[in-house]
Design a protein around this ligand. Structure first.
Ligand code: LLP
Length: 466
């Protein structure tokens, strides 16, 4: 059946550098990552595999740390700037090592993330802890780390103030705290990843006065040191106006508090900067453009409020690690499904929703490139699907692929560094892929691939010996 080609093919690295890690190139009929051909990576390390370009990550982290320091430099009459890597996007010791060496801090959100950050050598003075339901154990670790505890525990509800104060006082410490404010600004790609509108579990409302009340309450405790205010408005946000609006509302609160004699040393504007996932996405603003625009907005708001510009930090996760990683899959079953007026080629790969849940969870779009050869110039409408027992197990919804794609080929899905490994699962008892570091010396594991034995060993009723 011949049908009109409706789908777009995946841009190669030279066509859309923003979609790929900096070392990616298509040469000699195949994709190269960190100086290695995709075929060799799959042959040596298996598939599926997340391939993370470490030099790309180091570059992006350096850029974020530098532009924040530069645009908010106090020499410009500002209060300094910094960038915390939101480690939920991809947590591993190597990633922490790279981003902190580049000058970023680390934003954590659980005992596991905080422990990994500390054990990977991140400076407690550059670590934050978030969470709407922090455990005593998490708070204790945060308060006792290093010489004076981590840089900021971000208080998310009124009852947390007393809890943090109590634990800090038991530990004989002064805990540095911020408050997470819901500014009412709602932005981002999908309802579930938008976090600053009112009816949700995160933060303290600005509109109904809770945020201010909690900030004032913090002043009642000797064991608490009030650092300032925080807001995270969502994720995969392209419209910088949303950040400006949120920043201006936050600074309004800073002014309000200052009128009450409460100083905010720092304002954190959260993460959420968009990246490119497919050829249809516009190129996102660069960190430089973002930092400059934020600095302009913060300066203008402070001038209007007659406020000294505080230290400004942000927490980019996706935009630090997302584009660094490409998932390599092997093609298995290829099936043509005739539909009314068209047909679709279903291309099954050896992973799926267990290594990338985002299409199923958020209707996120990805693209995929035939990575081991040029392929025929004739293209067909295709859909890349996983091997799970679920029809929603789709990795790439609509895509043009070479008509001769076949079992054994390698497909490369770019931009899987953020929330890929981080949200992977063992659905259908699939083992989670490892993350392979390339681009800095020999390819090496950053996260080992899981083995079936790891999974079987957790089953309390399986005899380990049979
Ligand atoms: N700071 C806070 C307080 C956050 O909650 C988040 C993300 C970030 C920073 C980092 O945001 P980013 O720069 O990565 O957009 N699993 C979803 C994203 C959830 C984001 C949750 N919070 C996804 O796969 O799209």
């Amino acid at each position: 059946m011949s049908t009109a080609l409706e789908n777009e093919r995946c841009p190669q690295p030279h066509e859309r550098p923003d979609l790929w890690p900096w070392s990616a190139k298509f040469e000699g009929g195949q994709l190269w990552l960190g100086g290695r051909p995709a075929t060799q990576l799959v042959e040596d390390f298996g598939s599926p595999v997340y391939v993370l370009d470490e030099s790309d990550l180091a570059g992006r982290a350096t850029v974020w740390a530098t532009v924040m320091a530069e645009e908010f430099w106090d020499g410009y009459g500002m209060g300094g700037g910094s960038a915390y890597y939101a480690a939920k996007a991809m947590m591993s010791a190597r990633v922490i090592e790279i981003v902190t060496a580049a000058g970023m801090g680390v934003d954590t959100a659980s005992l596991g993330e905080l422990t990994t950050a500390l054990r990977a050598g991140a400076d407690p003075d550059m670590i934050g802890l978030h969470g709407n339901n922090k455990s005593d154990e998490e708070l204790r670790l945060a308060i006792s780390a290093g010489e004076r505890g981590i840089a900021r525990i971000v208080i998310d509800s009124p009852d947390e103030v007393g809890r943090v104060a109590q634990i800090a006082s038991e530990l004989g410490r002064k805990a540095r705290v911020m408050i997470r404010v819901t500014t009412g600004v709602h932005a981002g790609g999908h309802q579930f990843i938008a976090t600053a509108h009112e009816d949700q579990k995160f933060g303290l409302s600005l509109a109904n006065g809770t945020a201010k009340r909690v900030a004032l309450d913090i002043q009642n405790y000797d064991s608490l040191d009030f650092v300032g205010v925080h807001s995270h408005i969502g994720s995969q946000i392209r419209d910088l106006d949303a950040f400006f609006e949120s920043a201006s509302r936050l600074l309004g609160l800073v002014k309000d508090l200052s009128n009450e004699g409460v100083a905010c040393r720092e304002v954190d504007l959260g993460g959420g900067y968009a990246i490119t996932y497919t050829g249809a996405d516009p190129e996102p603003a660069s960190p430089k453009e973002i930092a400059r625009a934020l600095a302009g907005a913060v300066r203008a708001a402070c001038e209007e409020l007659d406020l000294q510009v505080p230290h400004v930090s942000i927490e980019p996760g996706r935009s630090t690690v997302g584009p660094t990683t490409v998932t390599l899959y092997k093609v298995g079953t290829v099936k043509e499904v005739p539909l009314e007026g068209m047909s679709r080629l279903y291309v099954s790969i050896d992973g799926g929703m267990s290594d990338n849940i985002r299409p199923a969870l958020y209707e996120a779009n990805y693209t995929a490139l035939l990575a081991n050869r040029e392929g025929s110039s004739a293209l067909v409408n295709a859909r890349v699907v996983g091997k799970h027992c679920e029809s929603g197990d789709i990795v790439v919804h609509d895509l043009a692929l070479p008509a001769d794609i076949k079992r054994g080929d390698i497909l490369a899905v770019p931009a899987t560094g953020a929330y890929g490994h981080a949200m992977s699962s063992n659905y259908n008892m699939l083992t989670r892929p490892g993350t392979l570091g390339v681009g800095a010396g020999e390819p090496h594991w950053i996260v080992y691939p899981e083995k079936l034995d790891h999974l079987l060993a957790r089953d309390a009723f399986l005899d380990a010996n049979n």
